[in-house]
Design a protein around this ligand. Structure first.
Ligand code: NCD
Length: 304
């Protein structure tokens, strides 16, 4: 039985297969409409979510399966002090696969170690968010036709942004990727990620100025400042509007640079950018559903 805790749990070849499957699902919806008849997905979300939880649920429903779960820690026995390990033992009796989001790093991994069903990490604290990475990679692969030869800029909260950590880890395995980390000093990419890049001789630079960097990028990955991970509100307020991508800044970008964002967007991308054809953050949402359908089929070992 396989779980998904981080993007590196799949090899590059396995990811290619997964994306091919997602492409096929997108093109032949009817073929997959009953692939999960009789199967149940549990969504155990101890943290807020709109896209991730609903796209998992939509994915399972679109495959003919059913869903159950909880959308906040308050509405589960976590509020009574139950451990994740005990909860997953229970969920294993009711469902065939589980997507779990938790504020604590490593909680889905603890769950996986006690689980009788595949567990998918749907975001664990400031650590990893592998299914957002699958979404991001499928978006890039579809819109650019490749996953190599890119200069990618990550902008915003690179310290707490789990989607950033997971996407960097995933892209490190492709050829000729150059990373530009754009953040204030306080929100730099964690040192363990920098060390991994250095160890593997992968080129990266860290800068503060978005406007100065934007012209060199093939891809720009904007992120929200992760308010819920800050120790004090003052720091959040000081940093929250550090970057705002505007139409004026987009004029300095290449005509084919894509702007990605895992969403939710708060203030970091001005709504005036939404109509720019290079802004693909709402397209990502659609790909997220297809790639989660492909993931559910893969982890349940269902072949259509
Ligand atoms: C992200 C997350 O939860 O980490 N959202 C998502 O799942 N698409 C990004 C964020 O909350 O900023």
């Amino acid at each position: 039985m396989r779980h998904l805790m981080k993007p590196l749990d799949f090899s590059v070849e396995e990811l290619e297969q997964l994306f091919d499957l997602a492409d096929d699902i997108q093109k032949n919806r009817a073929k997959y409409a009953h692939a999960c008849d009789g199967k149940i997905l549990a969504t155990c979300f101890y943290e807020p979510s709109t896209r991730t939880r609903l796209s998992f649920e939509s994915a399972m429903l679109s495959l003919g399966g059913q869903v159950l779960g909880f959308a906040s820690a308050d509405s589960s026995s976590a509020a009574k002090g139950e451990s994740v390990a005990d909860t997953i033992r229970t969920v294993s009796c009711f469902a065939d696969i589980c997507a779990m989001r938790h504020p604590k790093e490593g909680a889905p991994m603890v769950a996986a170690s006690k689980s009788r069903i595949p567990v998918i990490n749907a975001g664990d604290g400031g650590h990893e968010h592998p299914t957002q990475t699958l979404t991001d990679l499928l978006t890039i692969r579809t819109l650019k036709g490749r996953l190599n030869n890119f200069t990618i800029g990550f902008c915003g909260d690179l310290k707490f942004g789990r989607t950033v950590h997971s996407l960097v880890h995933a892209l490190m395995r492709y050829d000729n990727i150059r990373f530009v980390f754009i953040s204030p000093e306080e929100l730099r990419i964690p040192s363990y990620v920098r060390e991994e890049l250095k160890d593997q001789n992968i080129p990266f630079e860290e800068v503060i100025d978005l406007e100065a960097a934007i012209g060199d990028l093939d891809l720009l990955y904007m992120t929200r400042v992760q308010r819920e991970r800050f120790f004090n509100e003052e720091d959040y307020v000081r940093l929250k509007d550090f970057y705002i991508l505007t139409k004026a800044k987009m004029k300095k970008a290449r005509p084919d640079m894509l702007v990605l964002h895992p969403l939710p967007r708060v203030n970091e991308i001005s709504v005036e950018v939404d109509d720019d054809p290079r802004a693909v953050y709402f397209d990502q949402v659609q790909y997220g559903r297809y790639v989660r359908m492909a993931l559910i089929l893969t982890l349940l070992e269902i072949q259509v």
